[in-house]
Design a protein around this ligand. Sequence first.
Ligand code: CA
Length: 227
Amino acid sequence: MKILIIEDDEQIIEAISLALEIRWPEAAVVSARLGEKGVQLVETEKPDVVVLDLGLPDISGFDVLKQIRLFSDVPVLILTVRSEEASIVKGLEWGADDYATKPFKQLELLARIKALLRRRGAAGVEPPLTVDDLTLDPAGFRLTRSGQEIELTRTEGIIMFRLMKNAGRVVSHSEFAEALWGTDYPGISDSLKVYIRRLREKLEEDPSQPKRILNKAGAGYFLARPD
Ligand code: CA
């Protein structure tokens, strides 16, 4: 397992490296302090997962992400300074798979990295699902609506898969947490909210008046059945 950290804050690189050394000694860490260098390392080192800071000295983390996505589908976890929803949404839009906000809890970050790796290995085991006019092929998370392809990130694909598999039934926050990160966290509902908003923007006619992905306050979300 190889993890590439693209981050200009030496202390954060050290903190992540140290946490990995203690809790996951078989993982190798490579790091870059500049975005351009980071993109190069994705190409030459072929990491299994990338942790990417959005605020880098040379080019922005968004540009790094864009360049990586031109040639690689390596899972990318973005680090943002505050829980700035706009940056998170933009990062996910540009192909990040997950995010963590600084300051982060080391254990949570490690769990998220591991979950990204697990998901990568587990893709494609389930057959395609159809609900109403939606069809989702879990291999590559390809979603189509009446034959039209809707692009999903891996995280969105996993959420959609849960919703479609349980259409009409509420999927709880902790069920989503298990599917996404392998474990439950306090604060999971805030993370979910961001992803659900993105999915609604892709699927709903009017995302502010959702008719497909519905919320059950305090419990979870469910996909409305056609009837
Ligand atoms: Ca930074």
